[in-house]
Structures are given as structure tokens and as C-alpha cells.
Design a protein around this ligand. Structure first.
Ligand code: NAD
Length: 360
């Protein structure tokens, strides 16, 4: 019998969650009333604006802002901050995916204005206190409680229009939060429990969405899983997977969700043999022998993104990516990351090779 004791420090983030199919506008009205907000700024990218108009149909909106760009370029952030200050905004409402939430966070970071987030993808940014900004091709991230949305309104009706391909990529982005949080710097039993349930919910929900994009059950499960994934990630911090994806997104401008979806099996195959606790948790959540087997079965069912070359990455980018990532590898990563084995990982992900080759 093992006689090891448990010892860890876990931070829980203060946030209200309102979850309900078709309930977003009523929930937003309730938030605006309780806060007595006088000047609301709604942030939504142009494509999400119709959803935002519907969500905000019951409240008075002082300013609509639609200049949203993925990975939050600093100029876009500055422009949005000026709009907020000029309009004496006292509540930010963001309706959209991680790019939209990211812009609201950039405004909150400088102004301290509270956010109510209404997510329409599975990126999970709404449940973290992590902000990201991109300046001169480098993405910087940081942690600040000011950027944590005070309330999140989840309504899976708003996700019915998310195209199946994007739903799959985004859902696997959520899955990556779960998996990476099992070996991230502040991995602990609480976020491992959340991650396990997140893996289960996402792997149950995504195939239902692929079968029928209007499946309410599938959409609800995926959104619930995405929330759990983000809570576990916020608590555990960025592991190897996130360090890699931030470099690929920031320096090579690769699309966020698709990059996460593509890289995940390679990082899982690379780390899992060196992380038995994580391996056990993933296998149990997928209901398979190993985490890799579960993830690959799911990826096949949902026709997941398979190679980085499909998203604009090429072999001549590998040396630069390797050198930047090697500086950022978390000290507690279960497996030593070297120039040689990491080049092998990126090359395999570039070409869509079998991830199992990394498990030795
Ligand atoms: P995104 O917000 O750019 O959305 C992806 C695409 O889906 C866009 O074309 C968008 O218009 C469209 N879309 C969104 N919702 C839709 C809907 N309901 N119906 C139809 N189309 C819809 O991408 P994302 O993957 O959600 O977010 C990526 C960004 O979020 C990246 O910048 C990433 O760094 C950031 N992020 C941050 C954190 C964090 O904790 N700070 C966590 C995850 C992601």
C-alpha cells in the first residue's frame, strides 16, 4: 500500500456561471440590472455581430465594437481601450470566440472595467485570468485577475451556427487544456479531476455535433466540457502543449484552434509515457487503454485537423520554432525536451505522421 501524503496549493477563481440553452439574453439583462450598468460596450467581431445583437436585444447598449483580430494585436487593443474610455464604459460584454474575449480582456487589463463574457466557441478564454497580446510577431501572455470575466453566460443555442469543422478544432482546443493541465506547472488533484470530466464531456459531445450540428445535447456537453477544461487550465498554468501553440500562433500566425487540435496528439504521445498519473486519468476519461488511443479514436470520429502543413507552417520554420520553444519549456515537464526530440515532434506534426513514433 502506498503511504504518500497529498500536498498542494490550489487557487480557485471567483466567477459566476449562468448556463442555459436559449437563456443568454435574459441572463444578460439580469446581469446589467444587478450591476446597475450605465454604459455598456458590446464587443463582437463582424461575423458574430448578429448573435451579439440578439443576445443584447433586451439591454441598452452605449457602444458596439467590432474591430476584433485573432491573437489581439496591440494596435487593436489600444483602439478598443480608447473607445471604452471615451464612452465612459462601465461594463464590457463580449460575445464571440476567444479572439473577442481576448480583446475585452485587453481593455479590462488597462481600464479595470468588468467583463461579462458570452462565449460562442469552445476556446475557454472566458474562464481564465490569462491575457494575450501580440506585438511585432511575438505573442506575450500574462496573468491578471482584472481580466477574468466576472460572469460567464453559456448558451449553447449560440453555438449552433459554429461550423462543424470549427467546432471540432475548437473542442479539441478545449481537450488540449484538459490534457496539458495534467502536467502543467501547477498540476494538482483538483484540476486533474476537472480535466478528467472535461475530457469525458468533450469526447461525448463532439461526435454528436459531427453527426448533427444542431444536436443540443452535443452542444451542451461540449460547452460544459470547454468550461471545465478552461478552469483546469487556468489553475494548472501553461504546460508544454500551450508553450508550443503560443509560439506557432504568435510567431507564425497559425490559426489557434486548428494548431491546438493538430499538436495535441504529438504532445500527448511525447509526454504520456513519462507521466503515469496523467496517463491513467486520460485513459479512464476516454474509457480506453491509453490516452493516445482514446484521443486518436475521437480524432478519427470527428475528422480532426491532422497536419500543420495544412495551416501554413512549413519545414523552414522548424529551427526558429524549436529555438523559441526550448527557452519556454516548463521545468516540471515530465520528459526532457531537447533540440533533437522536439524537432522530431514538430516534423511529425508538420507532416501528420503517426504520433506513436514519439512515445519511445
Ligand atoms: P475565434 O474567436 O477567432 O473564432 C474562430 C472563428 O469562429 C471566427 O471566424 C469566428 O468569427 C467564428 N465564430 C465564433 N463563434 C461563432 C458562432 N457561434 N457561429 C459562427 N461562427 C463563429 O477563435 P477561438 O478559437 O475561439 O479563439 C482563439 C483566440 O482565443 C486566440 O487568440 C487564443 O490565443 C485565445 N485564447 C485565449 C485563452 C486565454 O485563456 N487567454 C484561452 C483560449 C484561447
Amino acid at each position: 500500500m502506498s503511504n504518500q501524503s497529498l500536498s498542494f496549493i490550489h487557487d480557485s477563481l471567483p466567477q459566476k456561471i449562468r448556463f442555459g440553452f436559449g437563456e443568454a439574453s435574459a441572463n444578460l439583462l439580469e446581469e446589467v440590472r444587478t450591476r446597475n450598468a450605465q454604459s455598456v460596450m458590446v464587443i463582437a467581431g463582424e461575423p458574430e455581430m448578429p448573435i451579439a445583437k440578439q443576445v443584447a436585444s433586451e439591454i441598452e447598449v452605449a457602444v458596439w465594437h467590432s474591430d476584433v483580430v485573432m491573437h489581439v494585436p496591440i494596435e487593436t487593443a489600444q483602439a478598443a481601450r480608447e473607445v471604452a474610455v471615451d464612452n465612459q464604459v462601465d461594463l464590457l460584454v463580449c460575445v464571440g470566440g476567444g479572439s473577442t474575449t481576448g480583446l475585452a480582456k485587453a481593455v479590462a487589463l488597462e481600464t479595470g472595467i468588468p467583463i461579462v463574457a458570452v462565449p460562442t466557441t469552445y476556446a475557454g478564454s472566458e474562464a481564465t485570468n490569462v491575457w494575450g497580446l501580440t506585438e511585432e510577431k511575438r505573442k506575450t501572455t500574462g496573468v491578471d485577475i482584472k481580466v477574468l470575466p466576472e460572469t460567464v453566460i453559456y448558451d449553447s443555442k449560440l453555438t449552433l451556427s459554429l461550423p462543424v469543422e470549427m467546432s471540432v478544432a475548437s473542442g479539441l482546443n478545449g481537450m488540449a487544456h484538459c490534457v496539458d493541465s495534467l502536467w502543467a506547472p501547477k498540476a494538482d488533484p483538483i484540476n486533474a479531476a476537472l480535466a478528467g470530466e472535461g475530457i469525458r464531456a468533450l469526447s461525448a459531445g463532439l461526435p454528436k455535433i459531427v453527426e448533427d450540428s444542431q444536436s443540443i445535447e452535443g452542444r451542451d456537453e461540449a460547452l460544459y466540457g470547454a468550461y471545465l477544461s478552461a478552469v483546469s487550465f487556468a489553475s494548472a498554468g501553461s504546460g508544454l502543449h500551450h508553450k508550443i501553440c503560443h509560439v506557432l500562433g504568435g510567431t507564425f500566425n497559425l490559426p489557434h484552434a486548428q494548431t491546438h487540435a493538430t499538436i495535441l496528439p504529438y504532445v500527448l504521445a511525447f509526454n504520456a509515457p513519462y507521466a503515469p498519473g496523467a496517463e491513467q486519468r486520460m485513459a479512464a476519461a476516454f474509457g480506453t487503454q491509453t490516452g493516445l488511443e482514446g484521443l486518436q479514436q475521437l480524432r478519427e470520429k470527428v475528422n480532426a485537423p491532422a497536419r500543420l502543413s495544412d495551416y501554413g507552417f512549413s519545414a523552414d520554420g522548424i529551427p526558429e520554432a524549436v529555438s523559441i520553444v526550448l527557452e519556454k519549456v516548463p521545468a516540471n515537464n515530465p520528459r526532457e525536451v531537447t533540440e533533437e526530440n522536439f524537432t522530431q515532434l514538430l516534423t511529425a506534426a508538420l507532416n501528420g505522421d503517426d504520433p506513436a513514433i514519439l512515445s519511445n
